[in-house]
Design a protein around this ligand. Structure first.
Ligand code: NAD
Ligand code: TYD
Length: 365
């Protein structure tokens, strides 16, 4: 079948990527969606079980750092659009292992950019390279009611945000130098189904379920701005189709929470849904040594996206948290497979034996 577009989505087996892949595969049967993922510890093909048999969906296991492979893929699938999500994404891991972050997030992004540039060879009409980034590149805000806007100066503090900032600069440089049609978006913290349980919300839901301690960094006073993952995927769809080339858009839900207050909401919700008295699990809260360089506060101003492209979050936070907690409690097998490492066998079951030279990072660190 001849497809109207051939879209490469990188990191599609991860948390946000799996929601973006699902949305595109379901909504655009006229597009061929190629999901390229290395399947690191964070990649899980079970996240896409419901769409893996769809005709317009193709999975390719590859490392974005492998430039020759990227070139070959652009040619083989006549890629005309890229939505780039593949990355190392966890701040705590970046503190322990910054090299892997520089490699995947910086060199990997550069390798994709170079492959797009060479294979499109100046014929940029109708092409698009959309890079997904984070609000963490802007640094940290004080408790003064200010927001990150698109023109806020970059000031990353963690190896993760430094690597994302670097990749953002490369993307913009490829537009300014070679005319590559790029777009960058910077989004706030996402939550929802299929998030790897090393991140705050799924980790705490899982620990409450197992009656395990809830490690709160520092005094729990840091503030994050939370957005339901499907609202992010919807924003990506709108921006991919209607966003202006060379623009930056901030994505966020004006939904700031102090960690400790958020944790108490999670505890209440899990307790209630498990049939326990609300707040029973508060005894599991354990204050631990703060994260090194822990950014105090993030808050995104997404007015530009609303005004120019009409996007708004669809879910109230209370609804989003209720849906999320329910999903993890209803999908205990998914959580158990991820925490035991069994999910890493999924590829072998679906696609046969893993290729030579394949490397897997062990389960949760
Ligand atoms: P994730 O860690 O859940 O998924 C990342 C995916 O990338 C995994 O499937 C992994 O296997 C794949 N990957 C890693 N290295 C690769 C490589 N070298 N080659 C190919 N694939 C590779 O991450 P996420 O939370 O879904 O984040 C996706 C993107 O969105 C990232 O770029 C992240 O920086 C950005 N982002 C995340 C958030 C958030 O709250 N999670 C917020 C804003 C922006
Ligand atoms: P996280 O989900 O790792 O996202 P990010 O660091 O990218 O914002 O953490 C969200 C917040 O929760 C952050 O302020 C760190 C804090 N946190 C804890 O207090 N305990 C934990 O075990 C984790 C994973 C995070």
């Amino acid at each position: 079948m001849e497809y109207k577009r051939n879209i490469l989505i990188t990191g599609g087996a991860g948390f946000i990527g799996s929601h973006v892949v699902r949305l595109f595969v379901d909504k655009y049967p006229e597009y061929r969606v190629i999901n390229l993922d290395k399947l690191t510890y964070a990649g899980n093909l079970a996240n896409l079980k419901d769409i893996e048999e769809k005709e317009n969906y193709t999975f390719v296991k590859a490392d974005i750092c492998d430039f020759d492979k990227m070139m070959a893929l652009f040619e083989e699938y006549a890629i005309d659009g890229v939505i780039h999500l593949a990355a190392e994404s966890h701040v705590d891991r970046s503190i322990k292992d910054p090299f892997t972050f520089a490699k995947t997030n910086v060199i990997g992004t550069l390798s994709l950019l170079q492959a797009a540039k060479l294979s499109w060879d100046g014929k940029f009409e109708g092409k698009r390279f959309y890079h997904i980034s984070t609000d963490e590149v802007y640094g940290a805000l004080k408790f003064d009611g200010s927001f990150f806007v698109e023109t806020t100066k970059y000031n990353p503090h963690s190896p993760y945000s430094a690597s994302k900032a670097s990749s953002d600069h490369f993307v913009r440089a490829f537009h300014d130098t070679y005319g590559l049609p790029t777009i960058v978006t910077n989004c706030s913290n996402n939550y929802g189904p299929y998030q790897f349980p090393e991140k705050l919300i799924p980790l705490f839901i899982n620990n409450i379920r197992h009656n395990k301690p809830l490690p709160v960094y520092g005094k729990g006073e840091n503030v994050r701005d939370w957005l339901y993952v499907e609202d992010h995927a919807r924003a990506i769809d709108i921006i991919f189709h209607q966003g202006n080339i060379a623009e930056t858009y901030n994505i966020g839900g004006f939904n700031e929470w102090k960690n400790i207050d958020l944790i108490k909401v999670i505890i209440k919700t899990v307790d209630r849904l498990l049939g326990n008295e609300e707040g029973t699990s508060e005894g599991l809260i354990t204050y631990v040594t703060d994260r090194a360089g822990h950014d105090l506060r993030y808050a995104i101003d997404s007015t530009k996206l609303k005004t120019e492209l009409g996007w708004e979050p669809s879910l109230q936070f209370e609804e989003g948290i209720e849906k999320t907690v329910r999903w993890y409690l209803d999908n205990q097998e998914w959580l158990d497979n991820v925490t035991s490492g069994a999910y890493q066998e999924y590829y072998d079951k679906m696609y046969g034996n893993k290729p030579e030279g394949d490397e897997r990072i062990a389960g949760i660190g």
